[in-house]
Design a protein around this ligand. Structure first.
Ligand SMILES: [Zn+2]
Length: 343
C-alpha cells in the first residue's frame, strides 16, 4: 500500500502542482467529513446526522472512568496536556462526550423523580440535543494542584493564574475557550474556564482567542458565507429570531432551531424548487423549530397549525418550514423572506 501511494505522488508531481496539493491534503486530512465549526448552543440544535458520523476515541477521565471524545480533539488534547505539564500545569479530563440519548434518559429519570421534578430539571439539565457536549468536541477539564484534584466549579474559577496559562496555549492545538467571562449575552452561559471547544484549526482558534471573541461572534463575522456552512446556519438563525420578534411581537420568550438543509443558488437550480429565485449571497433552507410562548399567552393565539405544544418543555415544537435568507447589499444585512410550509 505504501509503495503505491508513493508512486501516485511521484506521478502527480510530474503532471501538475495542483494534483500534489490534492494528494497531500488527503494524506494529512484523515478526519471525517463533519463540520468542526458546528454550532450547538441553547438555541441551535445538534445536526440530525452528527452522532452517526462523528468518530469517537476511547479515553479515561481524572477518575479513571471510560469516556469518549472526538478522535482529533483527543489527539490534540494529549499534546496540549503534555506541553502544559512541561510548564508545571496539570490538567485532566472531566466530562466530554454525552449522547443525546443519555441526556434524554437523564431528563426523563429526573423529571419522574418526585424529589426533583420538572422545574428542577428545566433549570439544571441541558435540553437533549442542545448541549455542545453531544458533539464530542466540547471538553471539560479539571486541574491538579500540589497533587490534589480540583474539579469544583467555584474552586476552579478561583484558580485564575493556572487558567490564564491554560488558555494561552489552547489555540496552538485548535481549541478555544467557549464561555467567556461576562459574555452570557452571546453564548447563553456564564464563565466556564474549564469548558474548551475543539475546532480543528489553530489559525481560526488563534483569531478567536486573540480577538477575545465568542464562537457565535466569530461565525457571525464571516463574510464569505459559502465557505463555512455553520456560519450560514447561524445567520439564518439570527434572521429567524428577528423575524419571529416581528411577527409574534412580545408573545414568545425564545426560539430554537434545527436547520436541516441549506441550498445555495447552484443547488437550487438542480432541485425541484428551481422556480425559486435566490441571489449569489442568498440561501434557501429547511428548518424544524420550536418556540416558547410567554407564560400568560394562550398558545392558540400563536396560530401555528402544525406545531405541538409540549407541556413538560413549555415549548411549541416540531414546526417545519422552508424559507429564504435574503441579502440586502446596501445595508449589508440579512433577513428572512418567503417563509412558509412549501414552495
Ligand atoms: Zn462543559
Amino acid at each position: 500500500m505504501k509503495k503505491s501511494k508513493t508512486l501516485l505522488l511521484i506521478a502527480s508531481l510530474l503532471v501538475t502542482g495542483l494534483f500534489v496539493t490534492a494528494c497531500d491534503n488527503k494524506e494529512k486530512n484523515n478526519s471525517a467529513d463533519y463540520d468542526y465549526l458546528v454550532l450547538v448552543n441553547k438555541y441551535s440544535q445538534l445536526p440530525d446526522d452528527w452522532e452517526k458520523n462523528v468518530e469517537l476515541a476511547d479515553a479515561k477521565n481524572a477518575w479513571d472512568e471510560d469516556i469518549k471524545i472526538e478522535k482529533n480533539a483527543y489527539k490534540q488534547y494529549k499534546k496540549l496536556k503534555k506541553e502544559l505539564k512541561e510548564d508545571g500545569v496539570e490538567i485532566e479530563l472531566d466530562s466530554v462526550y454525552r449522547s443525546v440519548k443519555a441526556q434524554q434518559d437523564l431528563w426523563d429519570e429526573w423529571s419522574a423523580d418526585p424529589e426533583k421534578g420538572i422545574d428542577y430539571v428545566r433549570k439544571f439539565v441541558a435540553v437533549p440535543g442542545y448541549s455542545e457536549h453531544h458533539t464530542g468536541l466540547a471538553v471539560d477539564i479539571c486541574i491538579k494542584k500540589d497533587g490534589k484534584l480540583i474539579y469544583d466549579n467555584d474552586e476552579m474559577i478561583a484558580e485564575r493564574e493556572i487558567f490564564v496559562k491554560i488558555h494561552k496555549k489552547l489555540a496552538k492545538y485548535g481549541f478555544i475557550l467557549r464561555y467567556l467571562e461576562g459574555r452570557e449575552d452571546s453564548t447563553g452561559y456564564t464563565y466556564e474556564p474549564w469548558h474548551l471547544r475543539y475546532i480543528n484549526s489553530p489559525e481560526i482558534a488563534k483569531e478567536i482567542m486573540t480577538k477575545e471573541m465568542t464562537f457565535e461572534e466569530y461565525l457571525n463575522s464571516i463574510k464569505d458565507l459559502k465557505k463555512v456552512p455553520s456560519a450560514v446556519k447561524y445567520k439564518i438563525e439570527i434572521a429567524l429570531q428577528e423575524y419571529f420578534k416581528d411577527i409574534y411581537k412580545d408573545k414568545i420568550n425564545n426560539s430554537r432551531f434545527n436547520i436541516t438543509k441549506v441550498y445555495t443558488e447552484k443547488e437550487l437550480k438542480n432541485d425541484t424548487m428551481k422556480s425559486l429565485k435566490i441571489g449569489k449571497n442568498e440561501f434557501a433552507f429547511e428548518v424544524t423549530y420550536q418556540i416558547q410562548p410567554k407564560e400568560e399567552i394562550d398558545t392558540k393565539e400563536l396560530t401555528i397549525p402544525d406545531g405541538e405544544y409540549d407541556e413538560d418543555l413549555g415549548w411549541v415544537k416540531d414546526i417545519h418550514r422552508v424559507g429564504v435568507l435574503r441579502y440586502n447589499e446596501k445595508k449589508d444585512s440579512y433577513s428572512i423572506d418567503e417563509f412558509g410550509t412549501g414552495w
